[in-house]
Design a protein around this ligand. Structure first.
Ligand code: NDP
Length: 485
């Protein structure tokens, strides 16, 4: 019997599901059991061509609609997503393995927020009037054209919406390629947009591995590439986009610092560290995986952290009581287990977890290492799993310097009751998305993105509009033209 997660076909192009079984089969594995639940096929060159030519052809008419009309469609799509939240959350859980307890509140809901927010902004994307005596200049905010979105595997619904919603609000069309690991959810987003009234071809989904992404990025018809992925992939995609002078948004990895001063509310700080390391089993780019704890409260912090981490419920992700799911794939599990072994070898003190959980699926116990030092591998490299490194510090000056000593700059957080210090520390941290007495909140109203190797551009908020549109300026002369000859 066909599993309910099996999509009707692999791709969604020009308003309908499209199949080409000549493409390499991609098995979809449910991470909680290791069972294959669906198969899709990577896009063949013919499918890539169909998607790009369709999106190119659909864009101009879409951009000519008023912002109010485009916005209405996006807001209708948001409503449909909310009505179907339960089914979409179950699919997200099948796609990623994340527990339903999370997906019910963080995925289709966050996608719907993006569709609603950018739907609301679409009608107010205006230019300026710049008076110059009798003459004047006016500016227009115009679409970029055909955009390519490429997603990572941790938030397949959210990433499709965070890229698709602002792109479409500005009058662009999009071809979106999900990660080969999580191909299911973006198809539903495409289906819902059509149901909400989006013209066929405005938002298309094609499946495939890196080479399909590469074919999309290098196509001369593409005006912009928005990638969520790792730093090495980001460097390749950025370089390929530069070759064609395309616009880019790069949302890449991190190794973010979370700094806890000794005056912090201990339970809130522990809660922040848990949210910033163990949500989605640690598979979150902005995670605060270097937890710097001021020496005076170190042992108290570790004791409370171990106690609360012990309350994590590992189990069937479809059971709403489960609060901690598996790694997305066996491969990712093995990568993370490798880092745990490195942590042990390099002399970090294991506080809890530290191994694969004794159950089916790709579960790793939530793991905390203490006495981690700056040069250890687990403190330098992005692990993308449930491995928290706790490092000690004495002074503010010292911790800021150590926190900034990394190629990454996605996020940073500080816990303290001293507000002057909180703002001063955040002001000195090299990161794009920061938190004071909190961690990992990502409302659509706030810009999201990194500095340094963690990325270029911003998603969400009004900032995203700037990255999916361009300004045309028009000089208007009222008098005669004065020429030298
Ligand atoms: P990858 O960088 O491996 O892949 C990202 C996407 O790019 C995938 O769809 C991948 O396809 C595709 N891709 C790979 N090579 C190319 C290429 N040469 N040209 C075009 N596309 C290509 O990341 P993961 O999927 O493993 O996701 C984890 C990473 O994503 C982590 O580093 C994490 O930090 C980062 N991330 C960043 C976020 C942010 O907003 N800053 C949010 C979430 C994750 P395929 O996988 O099918 O081969």
């Amino acid at each position: 019997m066909t599993h309910p997660a099996q999509p009707k076909a692999s791709h969604f192009i020009n308003g309908e599901y499209v199949e080409d079984t000549a493409g390499t089969p991609i098995p979809v594995i449910y991470a909680a059991t290791g069972e294959q639940i669906a198969t899709v096929h990577a896009a063949t060159p013919a499918i890539v061509e169909q998607a790009l030519s369709t999106a190119k052809a659909a864009q101009k008419a879409w951009a000519k609609m008023t912002g109010t009309e485009r916005g209405r469609i996006l807001r209708r799509a948001a409503d449909i997503m909310r009505e179907r939240n339960h089914d979409l959350s179950v699919l997200e859980t099948y796609d990623t393995g994340k527990p339903l307890q999370e997906t019910l509140v963080a995925d289709a809901t966050s996608g719907a927020d993006a569709l609603e927010y950018f739907g609301g902004l679409a009608a107010s994307l205006t230019g300026e009037h710049i008076p110059l005596g009798e003459d004047w200049v006016y500016t227009k905010r115009e679409a970029l054209g055909l955009c390519v979105g490429i997603g990572a595997w941790n938030y397949p619904t959210q990433i499709a919406c965070w890229k698709g919603a602002p792109a479409l609000a500005c009058g662009n069309s999009m071809v979106f390629k999900p990660s080969e690991t999580t191909p299911l959810c973006a198809l539903k987003v495409a289906e819902i947009l059509i149901e909400a009234g989006a013209p066929a071809g405005v938002f298309n989904v094609v499946q495939g591995m890196g080479e399909v992404g590469g074919a999309l990025v290098t196509d001369p018809r593409v005006d912009k590439v928005s990638l969520t992925g790792s730093v090495p992939t980001g460097k390749k995609v950025y370089a390929a986009a530069a070759e064609g002078m395309k616009h880019v948004t790069m949302e890449l990895g991190g190794k973010s610092p979370l700094i806890i001063f000794d005056d912090a509310d201990l339970d809130n700080a522990v809660g922040g560290a848990i949210n910033g390391n163990f949500y989605s089993s640690g598979q979150v780019c902005s995670n605060g995986t270097r937890v710097f704890v001021q020496k005076g409260i170190k042992e108290k912090f570790l004791a409370r952290l171990a106690e609360r981490t012990g309350n994590a419920i590992l189990g069937d992700p479809m059971d709403e009581a489960t609060s901690f799911g598996p790694m997305v794939t066996e491969n990712q599990m093995n990568i993370v287990l490798g880092y745990i072994e490195k942590g042990k070898e390099e002399g970090a003190r294991l506080i809890c977890g530290g191994k694969r959980a004794d159950m089916d699926g790709y579960f790793i116990e939530p793991t905390v290492f203490a006495d981690v030092t700056d040069e250890m591998t687990i403190a330098r490299e992005e692990i993308f799993g449930p491995v928290m490194s706790v490092l000690d510090f004495d002074t503010e000056e010292e911790v800021v310097a150590r926190a900034n000593d990394t190629e990454f700059g996605l996020s940073a957080g500080v816990f303290t009751r001293d507000f002057t210090r909180a703002h001063r520390v955040i002001g000195n941290l090299e990161a794009g998305s920061c938190f004071i007495n909190s961690y990992n909140d990502a409302p659509v109203e706030a810009p999201f993105g990194g500095v340094k190797a963690s990325g270029v551009g911003r998603e969400n908020s009004k900032e995203a509009i700037k990255h999916f549109s361009q300004v045309k300026s028009v000089y208007v002369r009222m008098g005669d033209v004065d020429a030298a000859f």
